[in-house]
Ligand binder design. Structure first.
Ligand code: DX5
Ligand code: ZN
Length: 237
C-alpha cells in the first residue's frame, strides 16, 4: 500500500491558538502541517507568512508543507527556508522562471513542489520532473477553505499518477502526488484510488475542533485513515 500522508491545512485552525492546534493535530496522528500562504494578489485572500511559520516551528517536528499562493515567488523563498519550512510549493503561473525557482528552493535546503490549478495543464510538469519532490493538484480554485471538490480532478490525478509512475520506473525517484481542496472522509478513498498519496484537508479536520479536549482531532484523523486502509491506486497492485 502507498505510504499515505495526511496534511491538515491550518487555514481552518484557530489562529489565536495556533501552537496548540499544531500540537493537537499531530498528536492525533496527522503527518504534515499544510501552511497556506495567500497574498491578496495572486489569490483574493490574505493569510500568514514567514513570521507565523517561525512561530509554529518550535511546536512540532512534523514537516511544514508551505503552499505559496503568492506572486512573485522568489523573493519570499529564503524567508520561509529560514522560518523552518521543509517543503515549499508554488504555482507555475506565479513565477517567470519556474526552473530557476525550483533550484532556488533546493539551494535553500527545502524540498520543492509545483501546484496545478484546476484549469492548469499537466504539461507544466514535462521538463521539470527531475527538480520536483511533489506535485500538488488543486481540487478547488485556490484562495479559500471550505469549497467543494471539483470532480474533474480525478481524471487529472489518473493522468499525473501515470506520468509519475513512468518517471519512477525510468529514474528511480519518487515524487509525491498531493491533492488540496474539498477532501473529506466521504471522498478521500476515491481520491486515493485515482492516484493521490498525500492529502490536504482543512475544514474537514479543524471543523472537528472541541476546545478543551486535547484529543479532539483523534476521531477525524482516524476516520480519514480508515478510508485509506486497503486502498490502492487503480493500476497499481
Ligand atoms: C485553498 C487552500 C487549501 C485549503 C483547503 O486555497 O490551498 O489548502 O485550506 O481547505 P478545505 O480542505 O477546507 O477545502
Ligand atoms: Zn493549500
Amino acid at each position: 500500500m502507498p505510504d499515505y500522508i495526511l496534511a491538515p491545512s491550518i487555514l481552518s485552525a484557530d489562529f489565536a491558538r495556533l501552537g496548540d492546534e499544531v500540537r493537537d493535530v499531530i498528536a492525533s496522528g496527522a503527518d504534515w502541517i499544510h501552511f497556506d500562504v495567500m497574498d491578496n494578489h495572486y489569490v483574493p485572500n490574505l493569510t500568514i507568512g514567514p513570521l507565523v511559520c517561525s512561530a509554529i516551528r518550535p511546536h512540532t517536528q512534523a514537516t511544514i508543507d508551505v503552499h505559496l499562493m503568492v506572486k512573485p515567488v522568489d523573493r519570499i523563498v529564503p524567508d520561509f527556508a529560514k522560518a523552518g519550512a521543509n517543503l515549499i510549493s508554488f504555482h507555475p503561473e506565479a513565477s517567470d522562471h519556474v526552473d530557476r525557482t525550483l533550484s532556488l528552493i533546493h539551494d535553500h535546503g527545502c524540498q520543492a513542489g509545483l501546484v496545478l490549478n484546476p484549469a492548469s495543464s499537466i504539461h507544466h510538469l514535462d521538463h521539470v520532473l527531475d527538480k520536483l519532490d511533489l506535485v500538488l493538484l488543486m481540487s478547488v480554485n485556490p484562495g479559500f477553505g471550505g469549497q467543494s471538490f471539483i470532480p474533474s480532478t480525478l481524471a487529472k490525478l489518473h493522468a499525473v499518477r501515470a506520468m509519475l509512475d513512468e518517471y519512477k520506473a525510468r529514474s528511480g525517484r519518487t515524487i509525491r502526488l498531493q491533492v488540496d481542496g474539498g477532501i473529506k472522509v466521504d471522498n478521500i478513498a476515491d481520491v486515493a484510488r485515482a492516484g493521490a498519496d498525500t492529502f490536504v484537508a482543512g475544514s474537514a479536520v479543524f471543523g472537528a475542533r472541541q476546545p478543551g479536549d486535547p484529543h479532539h482531532y483523534d476521531s477525524v484523523i482516524q476516520a480519514l485513515r480508515e478510508q485509506l486502509s486497503g486502498v490502492y491506486p487503480v493500476g497499481l497492485h
